[in-house]
Design a protein around this ligand. Structure first.
Ligand code: PEP
Length: 263
């Protein structure tokens, strides 16, 4: 399978947004757009990551769409199972509530919530062992890029998880390359720079796992309808993790269409 035959993913990361009424309207608008301009499931896998308290409400609202749109958790506990862990949601409890996808390693979790390699590895291990599919985010800071360390930083972040991912579990991992300087800033990596990094990631994944040629590698960082077509045309960019633009149903639908049209 060549990289360009991998089914693209377009996943909306709502972060700590929006209020309930707006969230429901957003899904209803998105469902109508999918009715008017369908996007075939085999052309694009779709997901939305709402706040944790809204996971099951959004999941039920998405179940009325004319196609599968996955509900994605934005986080999972580093503790597995059940027990006296106030505020936590384990991977097992997510799957018990019908959630099958989770984001891990987002730069906001790494930076604001001090999630280091050990914490992330515990989360990944729990998630995979519980049967979740993990969207694992990697990406360099502006300082690291300017110091010429971007590739080394990103490849190290992938090597970090290799210690806990069993061979057959790599098929349940999607990588999201999100240069930190492009997240929420309106600055996007140029398609050439993004493609170059994605090709490096794929080569690294091939060396580490042997599955690089079948793994989806998403780009994230100010993806919007205006840049989605160019990004989608890059052979090693297999979709997008979309923050701000996923809070607008039309923008999100247009981004999904851009990636679906590559198939
Ligand atoms: C993100 O946080 O995952 C993201 C890519 O955000 P934005 O699209 O707003 O840059």
């Amino acid at each position: 399978m060549s990289a360009s035959t991998i089914t693209p993913w377009v996943v909306g990361n709502w972060k700590m947004n929006p209020v309930k009424a707006d969230a429901l309207k957003l899904i209803q608008d998105f469902n109508s757009l999918l009715n008017n301009a369908p996007i075939a499931e085999e052309k694009c896998i779709l997901g939305i990551a709402p706040i944790s308290i809204a996971l099951t409400t959004i999941q039920s609202e998405l179940s009325t769409a004319n196609r599968k749109v996955h509900t994605v958790a934005q986080d999972v506990s580093r503790i597995s199972g059940t027990g006296a862990y106030t505020g936590e949601q384990s991977a097992e409890l997510l799957t018990d509530h019908g959630i099958q996808y989770v984001l891990i390693g987002h730069s906001e979790r790494r930076e604001i919530f001090a999630e280091n390699k050990d914490i992330l590895n515990a989360k990944i291990q729990n998630a995979l062992n519980a049967g979740l599919t993990v969207i694992y985010c990697v990406g360099e800071s502006l300082e690291q890029r300017e110091a010429g360390q971007a590739e080394a930083v990103v490849l190290q972040q992938i090597c970090d998880i290799a210690a806990v991912v069993q061979a057959e579990q790599w098929r349940n991992i999607v990588i999201a390359y999100e240069p930190i300087w492009a997240i929420g800033t309106g600055k996007t990596a140029s398609p050439q720079d993004a493609q170059a990094m994605h090709a490096q990631i794929r080569q690294g994944l091939n060396q580490i796992t042997g599955y690089g040629s079948t793994m989806a590698i998403l780009y994230g960082g100010s993806v919007k309808p205006e840049n989605a077509v160019e990004l989608a045309a890059c052979p090693d960019i297999n979709g997008a993790l979309v923050g701000g633009a996923s809070l607008n149903a039309e923008s999100f639908h247009q981004i999904a269409q851009a990636f679906a049209n590559t198939q």
